[in-house]
Design a protein around this ligand. Structure first.
Ligand SMILES: Nc1nc2c(ncn2[C@@H]2O[C@H](COP(=O)(O)OP(=O)(O)O)[C@@H](O)[C@H]2O)c(=O)[nH]1
Ligand SMILES: Nc1ncnc2c1ncn2[C@@H]1O[C@H](COP(=O)(O)OP(=O)(O)O)[C@@H](O)[C@H]1O
Length: 210
């Protein structure tokens, strides 16, 4: 029996460590055959070192609005003055191929996905404390002070929606966070619902007498 790939939605406040934890998790996929990262489209400017097509598809507002109109996005949201959205095409292709597809998105987008794809796995990555969260954003050194303030405000709002998620993982330590996410994924793959077609076919079909 083999289940379809999972749609895994990883959310959490800016600076909590989503990118870091996801990269460490993907490094455990040594054959590159289990996990697939869904690259989002955004109107935000690239940060130094970010690569178009790898970190994001960096697009103009006009182009992004065209993608919304053509219904090419699974979800999208506006976050601190920029659009962010998930291209639909790869998500479907990759889960059909049996890969676990990871979306790293903020909560408004995650709630849209939950309505459209309720069998997704919704994980919220939480900071040990708000003070630690702020230190991580400051130490990352990628955001101006006024942007950091907006991101901290947004973080407080996002944390109030944590109960909408299936799982909460504290990112106190990258290795432990990765281990907990692996545990979640392994268990989710074994859920009865994900095998229901196989179960009907193999065990419950009428006339299958021995
Ligand atoms: N709804 C939605 N949010 C996204 C998407 N891509 C990224 N985000 C979220 O947008 C927020 C800002 O992302 P970014 O500017 O890269 O900052 P960072 O996550 O703090 O590094 C984060 O919470 C991301 O998870 C997307 O496709 N859809
Ligand atoms: N468990 C952790 N302990 C300490 N620092 C961390 C941890 N996880 C991530 N970081 C650091 O926090 C900063 C923000 O991480 P990042 O992955 O960019 O967050 P996000 O993708 O959620 O915005 C980075 O400088 C990263 O090295």
């Amino acid at each position: 029996m083999k289940s379809k790939g999972l749609l895994v939605v990883l959310s959490g406040p800016s600076g909590v460590g989503k990118g870091t934890v996801r990269q460490a998790l993907f490094e455990t996929d040594t054959n590159h055959d289990q996990f697939y990262y869904s690259v989002s489209a955004t109107t935000r400017q690239p940060r130094p070192g970010e690569v178009d097509g790898k970190d994001y598809f960096f697009v103009s507002r006009d182009k992004f609005e065209g993608m919304i109109e053509d219904e090419r996005l699974l979800e999208y949201a506006e976050y601190v003055g920029n659009y962010y959205g998930t291209p639909l095409q790869y998500v479907e292709e990759m889960t059909d191929q049996g890969k676990d597809v990871f979306l790293e998105i903020e909560v408004q987008g995650a709630l849209q996905v939950k309505r459209r794809m309720p069998d997704g796995v919704f994980i919220f990555l939480a900071p040990p404390t708000m003070h630690e969260l702020e230190s991580r954003i400051v130490n990352r050194g990628t955001d101006a002070p006024e942007v950091i303030e907006k991101r901290m405000h947004q973080a407080r709002e996002e944390l109030q929606l944590v109960t909408q998620y299936d799982y909460v993982v504290e990112n106190d330590n990258v290795d432990s966070a990765v281990e907990r996410i692996q545990t979640i994924i392994n268990a989710e793959h074994l859920k009865t619902d994900r095998f229901i077609d196989d179960i009907v076919e193999n065990y419950l079909k009428e006339g299958d007498e021995k």
